[in-house]
Design a binder for this molecule. Structure first.
Ligand SMILES: [Mg+2]
Length: 390
């Protein structure tokens, strides 16, 4: 079997969008003097959809959520030529070919996201050819079903956040993640606002449900040092990405500082990147995203590293490429789940592009033992809401 074609299309949303408000979610741009519309960089309204075709007519589906126009160009100009003509079952060879050929300028960021998309599509092909769901090729079912946590709760009015938290409890979720709205530039008032929001959510969900806290790299080390002790009493399951992804020593210091486990990794790449995080005990939870880390081929290596270090893996985002790994990996206790709703920051855009993601029931998702591949297809219902570039 040979790969005969790779088609990368950019899907850019032009439909109705819910505008995020100020202090909706802290993020890495908050540190800059001219804040402007820092939420502008936090929106992901375009994706690259990658279809890898074989001489037997089987098509594998992968996707990239980072810098879609650039990832398309990397696929078209550099990666496609390295992959066309190869047998998809030589996935490790193909991965190394892409990784090593782009090593001078790739390794991390958009290039690795583009490699990830092709790799995910290749695993989809292998599942379809063998008539098995991808998780059955990765180790099979390690859990009856996947516990998942509801991940939204952006900073809005506290009453609204409380209503949203209650709605997740009503749907049967026992775990949820909220976002902070304030960072270092907001001073003591922002610290108070952040603490008030955690208090408000805890008031609704109590301490018999898990609460995760998300900073999205919107703090700096000094600010995190000051606020972490004040958050300890809320017993978060973890506190996510307090500082920028490159500050690995900062992660290690914070992870060692209080009883709060620090999590991260959605902006880290390949097993080499995660080895550094693990060696320094920088994170207590690993959160790679399969469509950034280097695809399924790289993610399973990270899983093996995490398992021997005793660090749980909870991939960033729901989505099939992550669910299949979580299902087949003992090191993964749960999945993230982005609720389906109107397009806002873009986390939810996946549901408008693809069909097939399982809907959670009482806080769990399950995968079909009989559905070959990843179980995804392109959602035809919303095609007219996108500008699509071939
Ligand atoms: Mg995150």
């Amino acid at each position: 079997m040979k790969i005969t074609n790779i088609r990368a299309r950019v899907f850019e949303w032009k439909g109705k969008t819910v505008p995020p408000q100020a202090h909706f979610c802290s993020n890495a741009m908050d540190e800059l003097y001219d804040r402007g519309d820092s939420m502008g960089t936090f929106r992901f309204h375009g994706w690259t959809v990658v279809e890898v075709e074989t001489d037997e007519g089987i098509v594998g589906l992968g996707n990239v959520a980072l810098a879609p126009r650039i990832s398309k160009q990397i696929i078209d100009e550099y990666l496609a030529g390295l992959v066309i003509g190869q047998d998809p079952f030589d996935y490790e060879y193909i991965w190394q070919r892409m990784y090593r050929s782009t090593h001078a300028w790739g390794r991390k960021g958009v290039a690795m996201a583009a490699i990830s998309a092709i790799d995910i599509a290749i695993w989809d092909i292998m599942g379809k050819v063998t008539n098995k769901p991808v998780f059955k090729l990765l180790g099979g079912r390690t859990k009856e079903k996947i516990p998942c946590y509801a991940s939204k709760l952006y900073r809005t009015d506290l009453d609204e956040m409380q209503r949203e938290a209650q709605s997740y409890l009503d749907q049967g979720f026992t775990m949820m993640k909220m976002r902070f709205g304030y960072g270092a530039r907001d001073g003591v008032k922002g610290v108070t606002e952040n603490i008030k929001s955690v208090d408000a959510v805890r008031e609704v969900i109590g301490y018999e449900n898990d609460l995760m806290l998300e900073c999205y790299m919107g703090w700096n080390l000094d600010y995190a040092r000051r606020i972490l002790p004040k958050l300890e009493k809320f017993q978060p399951r973890w506190l996510e990405e307090p500082v920028i992804a490159d500050d690995i020593d900062g992660y290690a210091e914070l992870n060692n500082m209080t009883s709060i486990p620090i999590s991260g990794g959605e902006h880290e790449f390949t097993s080499h990147g995660f080895k550094q995080l693990l060696d320094k005990k920088a994170v207590s939870y690993i959160q790679y995203d399969t469509n950034r880390v280097g695809g399924i081929t790289a993610a399973r290596k990270v899983n093996a590293l995490a398992e021997v270090h005793g660090v749980p893996v909870v991939p960033h985002a729901g989505q099939m490429h992550n669910y299949h790994l979580t299902m087949s990996t003992l090191a993964s206790p749960m999945s993230e789940y982005f609720p389906v709703h109107d397009v806002e920051v873009g986390n939810e855009l996946f549901y408008y592009i693809f069909k097939g993601d399982p809907a959670p029931v009482n806080g769990f998702v399950d995968l079909d033992d009989d559905k070959p591949g990843l179980g995804l297809e392109i959602n035809e219902d919303y095609l007219s809401d996108f500008n699509i570039t071939e």
